[in-house]
Structure formats: structure tokens, C-alpha cells
Design a protein around this ligand. Structure first.
Ligand SMILES: O=C(CO)[C@@H](O)[C@H](O)COP(=O)(O)O
Ligand SMILES: [Fe+2]
Length: 221
């Protein structure tokens, strides 16, 4: 099966007091999945939410595909509760993890797909030996921790390297991605696009989501 273009809004900069409504609005406007940023205040200097909130969101939004972007020091700890909360794709950072193979196996055993994420300072070579275990690789295009930062175009060689070596891999980019930077990401080979501020704050979310998806599609073979 060939890879597809997917747009996943990050709700980090949305009104978290109205998370279900904000999420449903994004889905109604064409979002392919929801990207839920989980931060523990240790792996990154910020704190968001955990599995209780994801579970509440799942109770209100039954059908959508949920990705959790786990910016946490110990991703193994949250596998069971996130699976129970209805997460579909569990994306974790390899940097703090000693046994990446074990964590990927536990995620699969819990019934979720596996995403492997790398920070800007992590070489793509560090993830090479694990790529075959993953459903998706996330190349961060900002330092994880906050929404609304500037896109790092110098991360694109990592995306290009992954695309050249793994033509069928789902490659995700996250951080500062919007209408101004989508071409760069799509050209490099990314096909799962996280976009926070640019989509959530848009006057016409449907237009922005649709335009970005079209740009990605235009580069898919
Ligand atoms: O994981 C993160 C930040 O750590 C991201 O998901 C951002 O929250 C995306 O927001 P924008 O950079 O698109 O505003
Ligand atoms: Fe994220």
C-alpha cells in the first residue's frame, strides 16, 4: 500500500478548557488525526496532560485516530493507561530510553501502533536500527516543549535520508509547520504533518488543512 498524506493538528495551543469542542471542530474541518502532546515536565520543560484527559476526550470523540506524542522521561510507564484511554498511535522519544526494542514490543502488545521520535539534536542514524520496528518516524522540527516556535529547515536532510531509504515509511514532522513551511517538508518526503498554531488559529481551518494536504499529495509518487 502506498503512503498517504495526513494532516494532524496539535491541540497544544488550543483552548484546553474546550478540548473536545476544539478537537471536533478540527476533525469536522478535515483533520485526518489528532496529535496529542503529552509532556511530563522532566523530558521537556513544560507540562500538559496525561491519560485521564485523553480518556475523557475519547469518550466524547469515538471515531477519530489519536496519536499521543509522548515527551516523557519514561514512556514505558504510560503504555497501558494510554492504550486503555483509546490511543491508536503511541509516539515516543528514543533519547531517554535504554531498551527501545522492549518499549516498541510493549506498545504493540498493548494494541497500539508505534511511532519513534527524535529531537533536533539527535542524528537520524541513531534511529536507523529501530526503523523496521516502527509504523512511523517523527522528525522534530523544533525543540520539543512548546507550540508556536520557528520551523527548523535544517532538519530536512533527516527527512530526505529517511524517505530515500524507506520509501513506504510514514514520516511525520512536528513544530512550526504551516502554509509557509509545508512545501519544504513535503518536498523532503514527509507525509504525516503535525500543525498546531497555523491550523488552530486559522480563520479558515478547512482551507489551511486542505491546502497543506494538497501540497503533500503533490510530492507523493
Ligand atoms: O510537540 C510539539 C511541541 O513540543 C508540537 O506538537 C507543537 O505543539 C506543534 O505546534 P506548532 O509548532 O505547530 O505551533
Ligand atoms: Fe508534538
Amino acid at each position: 500500500m502506498s503512503i498517504q498524506a495526513k494532516i494532524g493538528p496539535s491541540i497544544l495551543n488550543a483552548d484546553l478548557a474546550n478540548l473536545a469542542e476544539e478537537s471536533q471542530k478540527l476533525l469536522d474541518n478535515g483533520a485526518d488525526y489528532l496529535h496529542l502532546d503529552v509532556m511530563d515536565g522532566t523530558f521537556v520543560p513544560n507540562l500538559t496532560f496525561g491519560h485521564p484527559m485523553v480518556k475523557c476526550l475519547r469518550n466524547k470523540i469515538k471515531e477519530a485516530f489519536f496519536e499521543t506524542h509522548m515527551m516523557v522521561q519514561n514512556p514505558e510507564q504510560w503504555i497501558a493507561p494510554m492504550s486503555d484511554a483509546g490511543v491508536n498511535l503511541y509516539t515516543f522519544h528514543i533519547e531517554p530510553v535504554e531498551d527501545v526494542c522492549k518499549v516498541t514490543r510493549l506498545i504493540q502488545e498493548a494494541g497500539m501502533k508505534v511511532g519513534l521520535a527524535i529531537k533536533p539534536g539527535t542524528s537520524v542514524k541513531d534511529i536507523e536500527k529501530y526503523v523496521e520496528l516502527a509504523d512511523l518516524v517523527l522528525v522534530m522540527t523544533v525543540e520539543p516543549g512548546f507550540g508556536g516556535q520557528s520551523f527548523m529547515a535544517d532538519m530536512m536532510p533527516k527527512v530526505e535520508w529517511l524517505r530515500n531509504n524507506y520509501p513506504n515509511l510514514d514520516i511525520e514532522v512536528d513544530g512550526g509547520v504551516g502554509p509557509k513551511t509545508i512545501d519544504c517538508c513535503a518536498k523532503a518526503g514527509a507525509n504525516w504533518i503535525v500543525s498546531g498554531t497555523a491550523v488552530v488559529g486559522a480563520a479558515d481551518q478547512r482551507q489551511v488543512i486542505g491546502d497543506m494536504r494538497n501540497v503533500v499529495k503533490s510530492y507523493l509518487k
